[in-house]
Design a protein around this ligand. Structure first.
Ligand SMILES: [Zn+2]
Length: 275
């Protein structure tokens, strides 16, 4: 951003990303402090969003991550066009903006020296929606885990199914679940980490299938949105409904883990499974 000082007409350049405003407590946090704290507010513990690459950097041992299936990209078999334009153009613009070609990055690497297969969703890519490419990558990563006897970890962040792909998108729910279920045959652990937000078709499929399902604090985890449910059942929903804390208290997830402790938590759980 560039401003001109009116008295001296000297150009003043303000660095982008100098401060971050916490979405929960509205505190202004120095950007360096924010990133050093893993995008978590030091004042109120609000867990801000992460890109898939930031997540991988936080969770995987340095220089051990190898990406898999990066050649899989979204499929526009319906040649979908809506008022905002074509799906194809949308994909192109989103890829260019985010530097990634699908809403999930898959690969393998080490977590505290334990070799695992990983899928990390990125909400920036069309709301982390579950398209055919996303489902295919998650399935192939599950198959890779199966073939190599490696634990599988998925970090979910999604608004749900990708509407531009219609039924093909919904099919990914069954497809990913089938791939993950197969891991049971070899007793390979699957850990699902739900981050803010995990909703729609993702929350109703692989995100809830973990042998261990954990969530970050304060994450929205839902199938349908609050308003839709209230209108359907004609009742007000309780406070905190559809948050990690509510789901843990009602037995839907196993634990809530702070981002800083997540890596240690996952390696401890894998240790419990003898990895
Ligand atoms: Zn805050």
């Amino acid at each position: 951003m560039t401003w001109f000082n009116s008295t001296t007409t000297k150009k003043i350049t303000v660095k982008k990303h100098l401060w971050v405003k916490c979405k929960h407590c509205n505190s202004h946090i120095y950007y360096k402090e924010w990133t050093k704290n893993m995008n978590v507010c030091p004042k109120c513990n609000y867990h801000g969003s992460l890109t898939a690459h930031e997540r991988i950097e936080q969770i995987i041992d340095k220089d051990t991550f190898k990406e898999l299936f990066s050649n899989i990209v979204p499929l526009d078999s319906l040649k979908f066009v809506d008022l905002k334009g074509s799906y194809k153009d949308n994909i192109h613009a989103t890829s260019k903006k985010t530097g990634i070609s699908e809403s999930v990055i898959t690969g393998h690497g080490n977590i505290n020296s334990i070799h695992i297969v990983l899928a990390v969703m990125d909400f920036r890519f069309m709301g982390g929606s579950l398209g055919s490419g996303t489902g295919e990558k998650i399935l192939r990563a599950a198959n890779y885990a199966y073939d190599h006897n490696l634990p599988y970890i998925i970090f979910s962040a999604s608004g749900g199914a990708r509407m531009q792909e219609g039924t093909l998108s919904l099919m990914q729910m069954a497809k990913t679940c089938a791939g993950i279920s197969r891991l049971n045959k070899k007793k390979i652990p699957y850990i699902s980490v739900l981050t803010n937000p995990t909703s729609g078709g993702v929350s109703a499929s692989f995100a809830m299938m973990g042998d261990i399902n954990v969530a970050e604090p304060g994450a929205l985890i839902a199938f349908a949105g609050r308003r839709v449910i209230e209108q359907t059942i004609g009742e007000k929903l309780p406070d905190g409904f559809q948050t990690s804390e509510y789901l843990r208290d009602h037995g839907f997830i196993d634990a809530i883990v702070n981002r800083k402790e997540l890596k240690k938590y996952i390696s401890n759980v894998l240790g419990f499974f003898n990895y």
